[in-house]
Design a protein around this ligand. Structure first.
Ligand code: PEP
Ligand code: MG
Length: 321
């Protein structure tokens, strides 16, 4: 009997190449914590960095950033940020890199040198973090913006700014004022994270203020919408980023942002999940950020969903009236 020819299983490398050759209308980006991995993340062929977290760069110094500023050592801080941000900006040359300003809860600052005076909070997740803290201690926020400006001056203008945990239009206005003051007339892409129900409800006014993009921080959006502390193991079984309330929030924000030509994106963990990616593409999101090891799978899901959307539209057009 003639032997049935069995197709050799594809090597991982081959599959990876094929996936990264898929062209999708929705951009597929990566989420990054450590600049050391920038080259590796860029090798996925991602269309940019949808979230560059500051926490690992800053807390990695083991010195409290506000303490450094108080000691008159702001320049050290800026140099360290310039090094990290420019490493990523260089690896993603010509593609957007969104630097997210510092968002660490007080408990994570306590162990740092100079962190002894950090307040003891009952629930740090509902406490002094994100943009509300940055505006209370604007010296550090300014240092972050100055670092980005330096990176621009080094020729890497692909770095934008994203502010976390927004709940009020006023926070966005104040952050923008400081950014404009640092950048003067030079353009820098500016956006916010949508990770509180409050941001979902005031998005219209935030768009009117003039922002370039929003990005869904579904890790926090889930926490705050479902009243589930993301650090509490007892309630993790109820933590569901695909809960209809969250999908409705996302859908609302995308619809409103489109009216204002504000780009929409996701940078929470849910962006690495095919089910969420398919939902987002159907809502018309502009970009999805995934973990570097999930980029290929998400790219494939996005390509299939986009194709199905086209087929659906064709079928509708062919249907007799
Ligand atoms: C999020 O909340 O989804 C997010 C990306 O921010 P972080 O996980 O750093 O809070
Ligand atoms: Mg968050």
């Amino acid at each position: 009997m003639k032997e049935k020819s069995i197709e050799k299983p594809k090597q991982a490398e081959e599959t990876k190449r094929e996936y990264s050759e898929l062209i999708t209308a929705t951009q597929i980006k990566v989420v990054m914590d450590f600049p050391e991995y920038a080259e590796k993340a860029a090798a996925t062929g991602a269309d940019g960095v949808g979230l560059l977290r500051a926490e690992h760069m800053i807390l990695g110094t083991k010195i409290h950033p506000a303490y450094l500023v108080r000691q008159g050592r702001k320049q050290e801080l800026i140099d360290m940020l310039v090094k990290g941000i420019s490493t990523v900006a260089r690896a993603f040359d010509g593609k957007p890199v969104w630097y997210r300003t510092l968002d660490a809860p007080t408990d994570e600052f306590k162990s740092l040198e100079g962190g002894e005076n950090e307040p003891q909070e009952e629930n740090p997740m509902l406490g002094w973090r994100g943009i509300r803290r940055s505006l209370d201690q604007p010296g550090f926020l300014r240092a972050e913006f100055e670092a980005i400006k330096r990176v621009h001056e080094m020729g890497m203008k692909n770095v934008g700014v994203m502010i976390p945990l927004v709940t009020r239009v006023e926070e966005v206005r104040k952050a923008k004022e400081i950014l404009d003051d640092v950048f003067e007339d030079e353009y820098v892409e500016f956006g916010i994270m949508v990770e509180t129900p409050a941001a979902v409800w005031v998005i219209d006014d935030i768009c009117k203020l003039g922002i370039d993009f929003v990005s869904f921080g579904t890790n926090d959006l889930t926490q705050y919408t479902l009243a589930i502390d993301r650090n509490n193991d007892l309630v993790q079984k109820h933590y569901d980023e695909l809960h209809p309330a969250i999908l409705a929030e996302i859908s609302r924000v995308i619809k409103i942002c489109k009216r204002y030509h504000v780009q929409t994106s996701i940078c929470g963990q849910a962006g690495s999940k095919p089910k969420m990616a398919a939902f987002l593409v159907r809502q018309g999101i502009d970009s999805i950020s995934a973990n570097p090891d999930a980029v290929n799978q998400i790219r494939e899901t996005v390509a299939i969903t986009e194709k199905n959307l086209l087929l659906d539209a064709e079928r509708r057009n062919l249907r007799p009236q």
